[in-house]
Design a protein around this ligand. Structure first.
Ligand code: SAM
Ligand code: DTB
Ligand code: SF4
Length: 356
């Protein structure tokens, strides 16, 4: 079981030794050149009652985000079909909710989950806190993965969020796991925390039994109107070191470069891939903030000799069905379809589907 001292010793290694160690773990446990391509859709935007200091969607923060009602199933399915046509394998849906409440809205989300699953996509949801029973209903509807982040260390947490506790978050992760969903949990780097705070968060995640299946590492996007506005973007080498430690402590997890890639140059992202990151959100928008152009992302992957991963590939590697080095590339996504899936106000061109 990893501890802070061990994580700190790794973090402080000369960068080339740290990356070498991360690569050893990566090559033994993951498709060495594979990158999982996920799409992200905000299905209920803004007016969230939580006071997360980083979040443009909190009702406590006065940002550019305009609150929107929960999207209708059919409208979301238009985007999911486009994402599928574009070559996406995973469709992640996010709602600016404190917690899931039973009732009409949750029923509608369950219906959407079943619709997205029926398209042959992996489904991930991030809807705030959930009970074990609600997580079970999501699983039954076809959800594969649930994202709920620890965000930072237990110690730093109260400086960032006061409306729910660290233990609330751990309880949701336990509920999700008990319901048989895969766990996606990570955090944000660059919110004024110390290096030890970052490592404590990674150790907390690595101590979960089983470990999370995916670990999103977000770099803070400091949004105007949030208490963290104006904060300097995280140092790129510190970010890369954090990614490398995540890879070493959680060999089988997908380590996802999440928010903040728009502020990183190609070289920083290349170092993140070298440090063991193997998943990104593809598409020009995350939930409410920007993400790199699809073409830019694909160009960088091609320049680095990386390729998209098949949907079940990581699971098959971990079940011992394929050796990491024998994993085969999936097809490259279609830029036009991916771009359209990201911009729901555009017509899908099919007619009669309810989109504008
Ligand atoms: N409301 C749900 C929740 O909090 O679990 C789901 C959506 S929430 C936006 C998902 C995650 O996005 C947060 O836990 C946080 O890690 C990340 N996030 C939100 N705003 C961010 C920002 N400005 N910069 C970096 N990451 C951010
Ligand atoms: C995660 O850790 N990062 C994604 C996903 N999980 C849902 C969300 C990033 C959101 C960044 C801010 C925004 O676009 O609103
Ligand atoms: Fe709400 Fe999630 Fe944003 Fe926190 S991170 S304010 S819970 S949407």
């Amino acid at each position: 079981m990893p501890h802070l001292t061990e994580a700190r010793a790794l973090y402080d290694l000369p960068l080339n030794t740290l990356i070498f160690k991360a690569q050893q773990v990566h090559q033994a446990n993951q498709d060495p050149a594979g990158v999982q391509l996920c799409t992200l859709k905000s299905i209920k935007t803004g007016a969230c009652p939580e006071d997360c200091a980083y979040c443009p969607q909190s009702v406590h923060n006065n940002t550019f985000v305009e609150a929107e009602a929960l999207m209708e199933t059919e409208t979301i399915l238009v985007d999911a079909r486009r994402a599928k046509a574009g070559g996406a394998t995973r469709f992640c849906m996010g709602a600016a909710w404190r917690r899931v409440n039973d009732g009409k809205q949750f029923d509608s989300v369950l219906n959407t989950v079943s619709g997205v699953k029926a398209l042959g996509l992996e489904v991930c949801c991030t809807l705030g806190m959930v009970s074990e029973q609600q997580a079970g209903r999501l699983k039954q509807a076809g959800c594969d993965v649930y994202n709920h982040n620890l965000d930072t260390s237990r110690e730093h947490y109260s400086k960032i969020i006061t409306t729910r506790t660290y233990d609330d978050r751990l309880q949701t992760l336990s509920n999700v796991r008990k319901a048989g969903l895969e766990v996606c949990s990570g955090g944000i780097i660059g919110m004024g925390e110390t290096v030890d705070d970052r490592l404590k968060m990674l150790v907390e995640l690595a101590q979960l039994d089983p470990q999370p299946d995916s670990v999103p590492i977000n770099a803070l996007v400091a949004v105007e109107g949030t208490p963290l506005a104006g904060r300097k973007f995280v140092d790129s080498i510190e970010f890369v070191r954090t990614v490398a430690v995540a890879r070493i402590l959680m060999p089988k997890a997908m380590v996802r470069l999440s928010a903040g890639r728009g502020n990183m140059n190609d070289e920083t992202q290349a170092l993140c891939y070298l440090a063991g990151a193997n998943s990104i959100f593809l598409g020009e928008k995350l939930l409410t903030t920007g993400n790199p152009d699809i073409e830019e992302d694909m160009n960088l992957m091609k320049r680095l000799g990386l390729h998209p991963m098949h949907p079940d590939e990581a699971r098959r590697i971990h079940r011992g069905e394929i050796a990491p080095a024998n994993a085969q590339p999936a097809e490259w996504p279609s830029v036009a379809e991916f771009a359209a899936a990201n911009a729901s106000e555009e017509s899908c061109g099919q007619g009669g589907c309810g989109c504008k």
